[in-house]
Design a protein around this ligand. Structure first.
Ligand SMILES: O=C(O)CCC(=O)C(=O)O
Ligand SMILES: [Fe+2]
Length: 277
């Protein structure tokens, strides 16, 4: 069922537990402090039960309604999201280590405007909370027609292979529907740094020799997760069973008016994006 009018943001976000719209509430300050500490020490933080059950159910039905239009991304790729090897580098180099990934991506323009996913994304209180958690003065909505808020769907066998998020200093995801089995989100905190590609260690992780360093991030339905995916390798294990894993993915920017690279968009959202210019 498509909503005709959007839910109020307070009916989407559980503001009883997370009073993010009330700057004077000491629970808000405590939340920001906790999340900042978590992000600092483990490269991710989780806010369980961030959205209310009715909003979550609506977002799930929005995803199911648009699934037929989703772009099926299925590719062998390396952890930098490239599909081409580099013959000048050794065979076991991270650039030449490829894994299968398969996901279905519902772009922003395919999500109904009244969807709780968009209400949550565009709410000033959400944006401001995230800015404070990641430690910047102000964040802005991404201005691309396709990128700002997406629904990332994993059906049986779908998975995301080890990768770094290339563009953003942090990534925001919302677990809308958990699968019956599989679909675990694993992270290797600080696999590399801004100044050090850490190739020797990275190669060991990619070859499965550093399993003790994998951190599995448990996320219940309704949980918001903020993680620093640009230097921490992460993946999602293959989903099993009939229940689709559905993840909201939100992109915020540190300046206004940011749009995506058309070529990247075509890879992520499919040929229709190129056709429409
Ligand atoms: O589906 C997930 O939990 C992770 C998705 C992901 O890696 C990302 O959005 O960068
Ligand atoms: Fe990622």
């Amino acid at each position: 069922m498509t909503l005709k009018t959007a839910m109020r943001p307070e009916d989407v976000v559980d503001t009883d537990t997370y009073p993010i719209n009330n700057p004077g509430d000491p629970r808000r300050s405590a939340l920001i402090r906790d999340c900042r500490n978590q992000l600092e020490s483990q490269q991710y933080c989780v806010l369980p039960g961030f959205i209310r059950p009715a909003a979550r159910a609506q977002a799930v039905s929005d995803a199911e309604a648009s699934l037929a239009l989703a772009h099926h991304n299925s590719a062998r790729r390396n952890c930098y999201l490239y599909r081409q090897p580099d013959p000048s580098l050794p065979e076991d180099h991270s650039r030449n280590t490829f894994f299968d990934a398969s996901t279905k991506m519902i772009a922003y323009d395919l999500i109904p405007d009244p969807s709780p996913v968009k209400t949550l994304y565009h709410w000033q209180a959400t944006r401001q909370m995230i800015a404070e958690i990641v430690g910047v003065d102000e964040l802005f909505d991404n201005a691309d027609p396709y990128q700002p808020a997406n629904l990332l769907c994993y059906q049986t066998g779908d998975r995301s292979s080890w990768h770094f998020d290339s563009e953003n200093a942090f990534t925001v995801t919302l677990m809308l529907q958990a699968p019956e089995r599989g679909g675990a989100f694993e992270l290797v905190p600080n696999t590399r740094s801004e100044t050090d590609p850490n190739e020797d260690y990275l190669r060991e992780v990619l070859q499965g020799q550093r399993q003790e360093d994998h951190v599995e991030v448990a996320r219940e339905e309704g949980a918001l997760c903020i993680f620093r995916g640009c230097n921490s390798l992460h993946r999602v294990s293959p989903v099993e069973g009939d229940t689709m894993r559905i993840m909201g993915v939100f992109v915020y920017e540190t300046e206004p008016g940011v749009i995506g690279d058309p070529q990247v968009n075509e890879t992520v959202y499919g040929a229709r994006v190129a056709a429409s210019g």
